[in-house]
Design a protein around this ligand. Structure first.
Ligand code: FCB
Length: 439
């Protein structure tokens, strides 16, 4: 891949927040020391996870967090985005773990940035139920009460779009439902949960609140009207269904009518102002008219009934996951958001960006990250207000339905070794040097 790697990366503004991200279910392990989540139920069902694995042990971060915080300190990041497991908080002693983790981070000079929900819903709850939104607000209040004296930046939800689409519409993720468009209430209830969480955090005196949504440019397969229409529809699902209600307090045209409950009243809650908007960016998607057949794409099977089909992006290198590497897609995405939302767009933080590649001398990952950091700088130069960038991920971890087969870490984890040995990869050292040069 052609890169500018080797030339120094231009300086970002003072105060720009550099970090790495993880999530509880993917790294913590210690599954017996908390109640079950929908992911424990899902992974226990044969055939759900490609390598048949579960996250019962994962990186055992629950017991090895001190070692992991030392890795963060060695990397020199400003901030660490992790998630607080709702099932663990519900379990005796669970909140104590996050208390210890936050103390350890603060002592190491790394700012804790918790996500309050990253897909591991307590197994007793269901996003099809409206009440789950209110239960989430209770969970948020409990966490804010305990950690709010040290945590100064918060994320409500991670990727409600993926949790709706993969978990409830297509069945590739927990809880494994295949409701297609009947999954829309799951979107609405998560959005409501987000708005109630913003209120709960503010009531607890917390500030600097955002959400982490996944977004990427949608590239139509051709100029054929059928392809353009399908791509526009897909773009609404990925880039507007969750962003419009949060940023504008309104659903894209035609979608509000499909949502349950008193939607107008709920939108007032959902549109509660956030301090910043988090974007997880991996790649653009090429989309065309439906082709009347199932499509295998990026580890997913997309049913023939969908009103769009996903196509290959050709002439691009791909990661081990098969995702195309398109750094300038990040610039396009960010300038597109600025053009769409104008003055209503809050400051942006890139809450995830990364790639899966094998190996410890991971030059491919360095090229990917280097290209994306430069593409991010191009967006700043184009006038987009971006305040931070978090690499996914600190550690190789349990990559959902892919199990341990996809390695996104800056740090290698030997899952065959009883001590789960951590080895910083070449990309860890590269990122540390990028951060040093920014100081
Ligand atoms: C995102 C998820 C994250 C991780 C990366 C690769 O969609 O938020 O947990 O799985 O993809």
């Amino acid at each position: 891949m052609a890169t500018d790697a080797g030339n120094p990366i231009t300086r970002f503004p003072a105060g720009f927040l550099w970090g790495v991200s993880t999530s509880a279910h993917q790294i913590e392990g210690a599954a017996k020391e908390r109640e079950a989540s929908v992911w424990d139920v899902f992974t226990a069902e044969p055939g759900r996870v490609k390598d048949g694995s579960t996250a019962a042990v994962a990186c055992d971060h629950y017991h090895r967090y001190r070692e992991d915080v030392a890795l963060l300190a060695g990397l020199g990041v400003d901030a660490y985005r992790f998630s607080v497991s709702w099932p663990r908080v519900n379990s005796p002693g669970g909140l104590d773990f996050y208390d210890r983790l936050v103390d350890e981070l603060c002592a190491a000079g790394v700012r804790p940035v918790p996500t309050l929900f990253h897909w591991d819903l307590p197994a007793s709850l269901d996003w099809l139920e409206r009440d789950t939104a209110a239960r989430f607000a209770d969970h948020v209040s409990v966490v804010a009460e305990r950690l709010g004296d040290r945590v100064t930046k918060w994320i409500t939800l991670n990727e409600p779009a993926e949790h709706t689409l993969l978990g409830h519409a297509l069945g590739a993720h927990a809880p494994g439902r295949q409701l297609l468009f009947d999954a829309l209430p799951v979107a609405h209830h998560q959005l409501l949960a987000h708005g109630l969480a913003v209120r709960a955090l503010r009531a607890a005196g917390a500030g600097d609140i955002g959400i982490a949504n996944s977004h990427g440019p949608t590239w139509p397969a051709s100029k054929d009207p059928a392809d353009l229409e399908a791509a526009a529809f897909y773009d609404v699902l990925l880039n507007r269904l969750f962003a419009d209600p949060v940023i504008l307090g309104a659903y894209p045209e035609g979608l509000g009518e499909l949502m349950p409950g008193d939607v107008q009243a709920d939108l007032k809650v959902i549109g509660e102002p956030v301090d910043w908007y988090g974007i997880n960016y991996y790649a653009p998607t090429r989309v065309g008219a439906p082709q009347g057949t199932e499509i295998e794409f990026g580890g997913l099977t997309l049913p023939a009934e969908l009103p769009f089909s996903v196509r290959e992006i050709e002439d691009r290198p791909v990661t081990d996951f098969g995702w195309p590497v398109v750094p300038e897609g990040l610039t396009e995405l960010l300038t597109g958001f600025r053009d769409r939302y104008g003055d209503r767009l809050p400051p942006i933080v890139i809450t995830e960006n990364g790639c899966s590649y094998e190996g410890i001398d991971d030059q491919d990952r360095i090229a990917y990250l280097d290209g994306h950091v430069r593409a991010l700088h191009a967006a700043l130069e184009a006038g987009v207000d971006v305040r931070g960038y978090f690499v996914w991920s600190l550690l190789d971890n349990f990559e959902w339905a892919e199990g341990y087969a996809r390695r996104f870490g800056l740090v290698h984890v030997d899952f065959a070794d009883p001590t789960l040995k951590r080895t910083p990869k070449a990309s860890y050292h590269w990122f540390r040097d990028v951060l040093r040069a920014q100081r």
